[in-house]
Design a protein around this ligand. Structure first.
Ligand code: FES
Length: 104
């Protein structure tokens, strides 16, 4: 099982099985404490914003064009900010720790 470690907006940590081969957003949007993902993964809403734990940032592919531009517009952006619809979950990422960013 490939596990995701998710810190919700209240600071509570959850460990869930992540769906491999699809974006992290697909796992997160099924959770009560997850993300809204209102554009459905089209990289246009930023409601799937998460903060990736510092130890994991370099292990993910770099942000690309639209993702980078949307994140730069967020007031809650941090170095570990990612749009979870743009990050594919794989077995190699088991244990990935992310926090759900605030709604903007
Ligand atoms: S779901 Fe809209 S940008 Fe990710």
């Amino acid at each position: 099982m490939a596990e995701l470690v998710i810190v919700d907006r209240d600071g509570t940590e959850h460990r869930v099985e992540g769906r491999v081969g699809v974006s992290i957003m697909e796992t997160l949007r099924e959770l009560d404490y997850g993300v809204a993902a209102i554009c459905g993964g089209m990289c246009s809403c930023a409601t799937c914003h998460v903060w990736v734990d510092d130890a994991w940032i370099a292990r993910l592919p770099a942000r690309q064009g639209d993702e980078q531009e949307l994140i730069q517009e967020l007031t809650s952006a941090k170095p570990g900010s990612r749009l979870s619809c743009q990050v594919q979950f794989t077995d190699e990422l088991s244990g990935l720790r992310i926090a759900i960013a605030p709604d903007e």
